[in-house]
Design a protein around this ligand. Sequence first.
Ligand code: ADP
Length: 476
Amino acid sequence: MTILDKINYTNYINGIWHRQEKHITVLNPYDNQVIGLVPDCNDYQVREAIEGASLAFKWWRETAAEARADILLKWYHLIISNLDELANILTLEQGKALIDAKNEIIYGANFIKWSAEYANKVLGTSGNGIKPNQKIFIEYEPIGVVGAITPWNFPSAMIARKIAPALAVGCSVVVKPSELTPFSALALAYLAEQAELPKGVLNIITADAEMVGDLMTSHHKIKKISFTGSTRVGKILYQKSAARLHKLSLELGGNAPFIVCNDCDIERTAIDLVTAKIRSSGQACTSPNRIFIQEDIYDLFIAKLESELKKIRAGNGFEPGVEVGPLINQAAAHKILRLLNDAGTKGAKILLGGKILTSTILQPTLVTDCSDDMTIFSEEIFGPVLACYKFKTIPEVIERANNTDYGLASYIYTANLHQAFQIKDQLDFSMVAINEPVISQYKGAFGGRKNSGFGIEGSHLGLYEFMISKYTLFGY
Ligand code: ADP
């Protein structure tokens, strides 16, 4: 029996594999075939998960950090030893190329390992007070039950990235994965159970998104909400959380500039850009969205980019050699066609691709002669489309790159370190990659500013998102 057979029809609530009559159907984005069903929980069951997590929190927080770390490490090893099966589930429900799926699972699993290693290193501080005979202690406590709401583009890693630090510091968690990709979440919970994560500490529920959002933001036993998804939904959760002043982390949309300076290594930059773009078929909030190329190398760079992009095959994520899988659904494909159409009417040229191969597979696309008045300049593309802009000077490109409501990832390619740092200092983005195509890693502080949200995932800072300080003043 495969993991998928075991988790089909289920949710994981308070240590029980819960089934029920009403279901949500999960489809393969490549061919629209049914993969399986998950429960469509009602609010009673979501409350049950929150109550279970709240009970579990009472003693999970008292469990020694070493013991929590041991369980997390066991879970990490189980994930790695079941890599093929987990990647299979991921590609089935999300569509991305199998190699991409494997990389995502390893990327997510590393947050579990890192958090396990860090669980023991959370230290407070102590010292003298402002008067004689006073001592001060500043400690960190786990914040409590965490509500996590995650998207479909990285259905395994976005969950691991939230729950690993939360569990490591002693929080319990209720996760609502995207209804489009719930099996990767349930598969992680299945392996967490095998790693003997105690019941109630991790709960996975699938249900109406708005109902869960309402419950999480209004429930007094939830102490923190960690959300990854659209800016639209992030703002709804922010507003709704005001009533209880829930602590929030919001990882929202991006509009990453990718700045190609005239002194860069053209070949390497083009290869890196394609690597960055095709990850998750371009459906990543860190994906280069606006490619700014300095005018002296514009034609040369476009020619190199075209030859690199031509090598990329789009198709069924399971087929060997395919690097770009389907988009998540037809709505996503139509949105991109709308952006391309708008760009075309305003003077852009589609040099490569631009067509839907089947209902959800978009040919890797190269668009040149883009201008800042096009919708593609301000909207997140979320697909394998390289939209290229020409620039003259560094001050000009910095201004144009910053001319967006978003502030997540940004990229600079130049051989001049001085120039790289000057640009980096002026970019209004929370993450900058210099001569590197993949910015996300467990050691980095992943997070945004402006409409890209706030809060950190990864690095030691990611653990502090799930802790709250306690200051004690002691007189003697
Ligand atoms: P995307 O547009 O990338 O699908 P969404 O923000 O719509 O991003 O979805 C991200 C997650 O938020 C998913 O798990 C989705 O079910 C959930 N979600 C959608 N609408 C709401 C809502 N009103 N309240 C809470 N969660 C929501």
